[in-house]
Structures are given as structure tokens and as C-alpha cells.
Design a binder for this molecule. Sequence first.
Ligand code: SF4
Ligand code: SF4
Length: 375
Amino acid sequence: MKNKTVQIRAIDTYDLALIEDAVSSWFSRLKDNKIKRSKRVLIKPNLLGAYPPERAVTTHPVVLEAIIRYFLALNKEVWVGDSPGGSVSVHKVWEVCGLQDLAERYPIRLVNLSTERFKELNYEGNAVKISEAIFKCGIVINVAKYKTHSLMAFTGALKNLYGLVPGMVKSEYHRENPDTFSFSAKLLAIYGLIRSKITYSIIDGITGMDGAGPSAGNTKHFGLLMGSDSIPALDAVASRMMGFKMKDVPYLWDALHMEGIIPSKIRVPQSFLHHQIPGVDIRTAKLSKESLKYLPKTLRYAFKKVYYYYPVVSERCVRCGVCVKSCPVEAIFWQDSGYPKVDTHKCIKCMCCHELCPTQAIDIHKSFVAKRFPV
Ligand code: SF4
Ligand code: SF4
């Protein structure tokens, strides 16, 4: 059993000097000399889509800048790469998220993981395609955003690894793994395959999101930057501070188990030992349909009749077509009115449309019971 440490700093604003101080102190404490030996570093942010930094959907560019400066000072070759969701051009994503600006000011390479070659690997029978970029870099810094997530409850360091799956293969996996638990198994397979490649993970929680995350929730000031060389330890501490219980985050227990980590033994700075962030809306994101599996079959049918939710296109829709192109099961179609509509019978509730709509025009319709009793 291992004792893992999670570093936490209270940082109120995206102040480059404060963030640089935190990351350089964390990186310099890393025990292995991988950082010394390796020439190239891949920084993997959360670039879910073309969202400006103040929306708190994507990793803030100042956090990336601090990491870039640390490694450039060590004369490393720095790549920054992700595979954004949906059909929006990656150049647009880089521009809006502040990455283009970083590439103009620093000698870094922006990498589109959607178009890089990939390897098909297998983890206990679960096949996963993973961008080769990660295998070309001796140092990998995983930089997630602190948010709730409509499908997985919480998104932190482990969920951020899903961006290593190239482009539309992500939608294919959603189609093949429509329920939370099979999708969670896919995430664990990704983690199992590449965990030894990840040097360090950071969660940008200076601002983050609660409510209907990961893109349509409320921007929330958390004032925290967290890091660890253990992804499950980092997610366990971060999700607990948001108010989630271990069972709420479907992959967490297995990921901790994979690493032999006992949650109560994870070390955090003394001042954060029992820290609970006040007023976080996690109710909207907490899992619902999975509770069905604990009900007897006879009750399950009746429960489904009264407890349901599905995405609906609202009047905020600007008819961009992103949702139609992104739905892995083609459950969104164009109506004669020129607006898209969700076919609720076909929908597998992966929430890709909800995540990727650039105007947050996809609402989640919940039945009366689902609204009253989020579980
Ligand atoms: S719902 Fe959103 S993603 Fe779909 S067409 Fe409308 S604006 Fe675009
Ligand atoms: S309609 Fe939205 S939630 Fe339903 S399957 Fe398609 S992308 Fe997923």
C-alpha cells in the first residue's frame, strides 16, 4: 500500500508568479530523475472546445504558461496537445482558449492529438486507441480543470486522459459504452495503459464549474490549484472537497485500487485535511440512472417510468450543427423548422451534445421525480 501526496495551494487569481511558484516547487520535489533525463514534454490540458478562459470550461492558459516556462527554462522541447471534442476546428479552439497566443510568445509546438497517429492497445480485453504523441514524450504533465460532469459526476485528472483518444473515436467509444459503468471501464482501461507515462497531474481549480458541468454549468471561484504524481489520489481529494462521496465518481475506487492507495492515507497539507468547499452544486451532476441497478427488477420498470431525464434543444440554439455531427448514435436530427431535435428513444444520454454545444443551448429535461430526488 502506498502513501500518496496531493499538493494544494490556495490561489485566488490567475497570477503567473504565484502559479509558477507552486508548480516549480511541486515539480522539483519529484523523486525520479525522469525530468532530468527526458528531452521532450507533453502538456495535456483540457481543451473541451472553443471556450474563452473566463468560462472555466478549459484549462486556463496562465496555468499552462507557468508549466511551459518551467520546462523551457530547463531547455526542454515543449508540446501542448489535446484532442478537442466535436467538429469545431482545432485552430479555432487554440485561438479561443488562449493557446495560439502562448505559441506566439513561447517556442512551443501545439499538437492536434486528433490527427496524430495512434496506437491501438489492449487493457484486460478492452481495446483503446491512444495518440502516439504521449509515447514520444518522456515527460507528460496532465493539466485538468476542476468541474462537475453530467455523465461521470466529477471531472478531474483521470477523465482528462480521455482527450488522448483521437478525434471522433471518442464518439465511437461513447456509442459502444452508453452506460456510466461501461464508459467508466473504458476510462480505467485508458488509465491502466498509460498511467506509467504520466509524470505529474495538476487540477486547475482557481476557477472551475459546478452544476451542469462540464460545459453548461456555473463558473465557480474555487481558488485552488492542486497537483500530485498520483492521478487517483488527486481525484479522490479534489472530488471529496467538492462534496462527492467515493461512490459518486464511478471509476475512482477501481483507480485507487489499481494503485494500492488507501484514501484515508493520502497526504494533503494540514490546512486542507478536512477542507470542504462551501456551496458547490453537485446535485445536478450526481448520478441517477445507476441507482436503478440496486432496485429489484419489478420496481425498476416502475421507477424508470417516473425517473428520467434527457437533453433538449432550447431556444438559445443558433443552428450551428455541432450537436448533430457529434451525437455518436445519430439521435439528433434536423426538423423542418431548421432547428435540431433529440430523438429521446435513440439517445443514450452520453451528454456529448450538452458538453459540446457552443451556446449551451442543450438543456437537461428531468422528470418531476428526478428533479425532486437527485441521487
Ligand atoms: S443545439 Fe447547440 S450545438 Fe446544436 S445546433 Fe443548436 S447551437 Fe449548435
Ligand atoms: S442526443 Fe446528446 S446525449 Fe443523446 S446520445 Fe446524442 S449526443 Fe448523447
